[in-house]
Ligand binder design. Sequence first.
Ligand code: CA
Length: 230
Amino acid sequence: MHRLLLVEDEEQIRNLLELNLEMEGFEVITAKTGKAALDLFRGQHFDLIILDIMLPGMDGIAVCEQMRLRNAEVPIIFLTAKDTAEERVEGLKKGADDYLTKPFDLEELNIRIRNLLRRAYPDQTDQGVSTYTFDKYKVNFKTYEALTNQGTVHLTKKEAMLLKLLIDRKNEVVSRNQILQAVWGYDVYPSTRTVDNFILSFRKYFEPDPKNPRHFISIRGIGYKFAEPN
Ligand code: CA
């Protein structure tokens, strides 16, 4: 499993990217500032760095420069809000391998990450299957296939993202806002009813008795909780 360092100060984007990258089968470590990123970088191994340029304090370009002094090999992708040629050139000169301009397409980011990893680590193949099993149910977050009350179904990407979010925070209440930010992110927000409908589907798929849910619990006025079976 490849280990990525994600450096991004904006919480909403950081959460969206973290969830997306975990769904892609990566282990993701996050940092909110350049200084925190460098501290992690000095002490740990990472296979690839995703680095926002506009950070409070030390900016991404300075962080990249510091990282390159220690490690000339690790792939670095810049995230840049400003699509100016000057900034791109500066970033590439300081040793970045690629960049993406916000708002970017998540699929494009995933493809660029895979390309850089393949070039940097040609001997390793993609593995990173992430599955979760509970009761008689099973979810594969890589293929979006799930074993449900209705047999094997193919989840949509957003269904899989919401499911992963709830399972990652099992036994914790996740608010509707957190769900909208983490799963819908840059896209136009759906009404909260959309989230309710996703939960209704999950109950049909993954509850022995959908009318008396044991796993997908509504917390009135706040959000939802995935209760892990004992
Ligand atoms: Ca930023």
